[in-house]
Design a protein around this ligand. Structure first.
Ligand SMILES: Cc1cc2nc3c(=O)[nH]c(=O)nc-3n(C[C@H](O)[C@H](O)[C@H](O)COP(=O)(O)OP(=O)(O)OC[C@H]3O[C@@H](n4cnc5c(N)ncnc54)[C@H](O)[C@@H]3O)c2cc1C
Length: 377
């Protein structure tokens, strides 16, 4: 009897698992990839793609169908839709399809790879809706970036630093760019904070510390689509464009609460050392939906590889193996198209040129090819 592996989420975690399983050409196994979007999205480059003319759509969006169609047609299925309920007892997931029909998908093995979305859903940092919506968000943001004279970026973590850096590199001399940092150091205060702040300053990005956003609202009096950004200290900034980069929300609303972390409302999926969902049978999770040890691309890649191996092992009646993380923990931020900051394992500072060569030069856009031809897995 054919066994079905259902993978929820068609981004770096889900597509990686799909490739890894399909490449094995497993007998009597069908891989069903469920994705809200028809396209794979290289969101890591979204920070530069909001600068008009820098990155072509087709460099960061590629059809999932193209990625899967290299495998035998009876070994996979692509379902465009959104998981809206999961029952780990009856081993079924409910999918609201893009065509407004609802499908109940039974599975033998289930992989949760639905990631996390930006707290501001209209920002293009992640694809949280359809392909058309992701494109509209990206193009709309780029158009507003082009028109704005004054831009406020909220959140001075990795994404905020990269967004401010890209804006500073392109427009530092022609537009006013302000980065709001809720604490007294950017990048959560870790080792690269001073270097990142220094690089941003060189690009004429003004950093405002102790600036926690309390509320935003349209600036009625100003007209012309301006936004008022009200800070917790009572100060109000009026800007042409507000770009929030603060925080991620795990896409886990379809998962029963007992399988989710209750820590500070994090709602990430709870897994054991095999990346098996705690207290569920034949359910696995990887990537930002787990966000442990943190949400990151290299961690996601390693987790996806481990999950694929474990799914394959269990399908063959073998025991799963403890999941492996990356050999080193790397945090690297491009700061504009010319420089960057980074560290390896909290102790080794990466020189700017190294971050630029490894990341900032291309924002790893060439890696998209590997997700489409399968060589990533
Ligand atoms: C701007 C930015 C820059 C980054 N840069 C770096 C970096 O330089 N280095 C690094 O290590 N990490 C970086 N990251 C983190 C990295 O992008 C994530 O770790 C990675 O994308 C996680 O992949 P994922 O597949 O787990 O989740 P996601 O990328 O969040 O993808 C989840 C997918 O599931 C889909 N989905 C959601 N809900 C459902 C549902 N109910 N049903 C079906 N599908 C669903 C989504 O539409 C999406 O396609 C960056 C993140 C951002 C936002």
């Amino acid at each position: 009897m054919t066994k079905t592996v259902v993978i929820l989420g068609g981004s770096v975690a889900g597509l990686h698992v799909a490739h890894a399983l399909l490449k094995k050409n497993l007998q009597d196994v069908k891989v069903v990839l469920v994705s809200k979007n028809t396209h794979f999205y290289w969101n890591l480059a979204s920070v530069r793609a909001i600068i008009p003319g820098q990155i072509k759509d087709e460099d960061i969006f590629q059809p999932l169908e193209t990625a899967l169609s290299r495998y035998p047609a009876d070994s996979w299925e692509l379902v465009i839709g959104s998981a809206r309920a999961a029952d780990f007892d009856t081993k079924t997931v409910e999918i609201a399809r893009a065509d407004n029909t609802v499908t109940i998908l039974p599975y033998h093995q289930l992989v949760l790879a639905t990631g996390a979305r930006s707290t501001a859903p209209d920002m293009p940092w992640k694809a949280s809706g359809s392909y058309a919506e992701a494109l509209a968000s990206l193009h709309g943001t780029a158009a507003r970036v082009a028109d704005a004279k004054h831009i406020v970026v909220a959140g001075a973590g990795g994404t905020g630093i990269e967004v401010a850096g890209e804006l500073g590199y392109e427009y530092g001399k022609t537009k006013e760019i302000i980065l709001l940092c809720s604490g007294d150091k950017v990048a959560g205060g870790h080792g690269v904070a001073a270097a990142a702040a220094n690089e941003l300053r060189k690009l004429n990005v003004a950093i405002k510390y102790g600036a926690r956003v309390q509320e935003t609202r349209p600036a009625a009096a100003e007209g012309g689509g301006k936004t008022e950004v009200i800070l917790a200290n009572g100060e109000t900034l009026t800007t042409d464009l507000y770009l929030p980069t603060t925080g991620l929300v795990p896409n886990t609303e379809y998962i029963p609460a007992r399988f989710l972390s209750a820590d500070a409302g994090s709602h990430t999926v709870l897994v054991d050392e095999y990346l098996r969902v705690l207290d569920a049978e034949n359910v696995w999770a990887c990537g930002d939906v787990v966000s442990k040890p943190r949400a990151g691309f290299f961690i996601t890649q390693k987790q996806a590889a481990s999950v694929a191996k474990n799914v394959e092992a269990v399908l063959a009646g073998l025991a799963p193996a403890v999941a492996k993380g990356p050999p080193v923990d790397i945090f690297a931020c491009a700061v504009g198209r010319g420089r960057g900051v980074g560290r390896i394992n909290n102790s080794i500072r990466m020189p700017s040129i190294m971050v630029w060569a490894a990341k900032g030069r291309t924002l790893a856009v060439p890696m998209v090819k590997g997700y489409i031809d399968g060589s990533v897995a």
